[in-house]
Design a binder for this molecule. Structure first.
Ligand code: EAX
Length: 323
């Protein structure tokens, strides 16, 4: 009896050691809920990596900012205390300034245009800019086309935005653009937004339908206008040292799996965009679907002129005219 227990204990211990040496577990995180377009991305990445490595590499996923908000998670990946994170470009320019150009309002005609640019050499060039900052950027995913919500009034034109206090991402391009619309900008991490809206610290916020739904913002926001004022990319980041230590075959597995993750992510954004208006109306939001976007563009003219100076007209045109 005693002996067999000892044997069992011993074989378990040996088993654990053997497993531990053969198996790697990494962590990935998002700031939104699992049931979302970003959840689709990281769940697909984990599933594909595990399947393609026959379980040798597992990825444990954390949702809703459980490991920290986007900025903290990016920092953790840079330091290597976390292997992966998946994030909007909100705080990314603070780490890789070259990515700011993607956050310029009304830069892309639509999602298809944005996706084509991100999948092109332009997108690949920008991914490579992460390397000198300690990251391997595996792929551009998508957060979606951003729209404005608030608790005060229906927004039909830029005039209605004047004086509205809105949470923005911690992104200098967004802050400058929204200021030029007359919005009182309050940058904060996404993980604090629901409470800020609930307590009235801010009147509104702006996010894609996918995020508005995943975060239940309909519970704390009455008005939604489909301003579509800016495209919001997402990016799958890995610590560069961790990536560099992988075998060539495993590196390829991560790259290929990230492509699958992006497919699932984009498909969910499309689904959310198709169903979002009806679903959010059902939940009580008042939604304005059609606004004259040229008025928003015209009001933002001073900020746009500044962006042309900062990023170069040729660089902006290269993206604008991409076919
Ligand atoms: O990544 O901060 C934001 O508004 C982002 O769109 C959100 O966290 C999803």
């Amino acid at each position: 009896m005693k002996l067999s227990k000892l044997m069992l204990g011993l074989s378990l211990a040996v088993g654990i050691v053997a497993t531990a040496s053969a198996q790697i577990t990494m962590r990935n995180s998002i700031s939104v809920a699992q049931n979302s377009h970003q959840g689709e991305a990281i769940d697909t990445l984990a599933k594909e990596v595990e399947r393609r490595t026959n379980g040798r590499i597992k990825i444990q996923n954390f949702y809703s900012g459980a490991l920290g908000a986007e900025r903290e998670s990016i920092e953790s990946v840079q330091l290597g205390t976390q292997e992966l994170t998946t994030t909007s470009t909100g705080p990314v320019p603070n780490f890789v300034p070259e990515t700011r150009i993607l956050d310029v309002p009304f830069l892309f005609r639509d999602k298809a245009h944005a996706r084509a640019v991100l999948d092109s050499p332009i997108g690949q060039e920008l991914l490579s800019k992460f390397e000198s900052k300690g990251f391997k950027a595996l792929a551009w995913g998508e957060n979606g086309v951003r729209h404005m919500t608030n608790s005060k009034r229906a927004v039909n034109s830029p005039d209605d935005l004047k004086g509205l206090k809105m949470r923005t991402m911690e992104n200098p391009v967004h802050v400058a653009a929204y200021k030029s619309l007359g919005i009182v900008t309050t940058p904060m991490a996404f993980t604090e937004v629901f409470t800020a809206l609930q307590q009235g610290t801010v009147d509104g916020q702006e996010n894609p339908l996918s995020v508005i739904m995943a975060a239940n913002f309909d519970q704390v926001q009455k008005h939604l206008t489909l301003t579509g004022h800016v495209y919001s990319p997402a990016v799958i980041l890995m610590n560069k040292g961790v990536f560099d230590k992988l075998s060539a075959a495993d590196k390829q597995i991560f790259i290929d799996s990230a492509k699958e993750a992006v497919k699932a992510n984009r498909a969910r954004v499309d689904k959310d965009d198709a169903n979002g208006v009806a679903e959010l109306r059902k939940k009580g939001m008042t939604i304005i679907e059609n606004v004259d976007k040229s008025k928003f563009v015209a009001t933002m003219a001073p900020a746009m002129a500044e962006f042309e100076k900062q990023f170069g007209k040729a660089n902006l045109d290269r993206i604008r005219n991409f076919k």
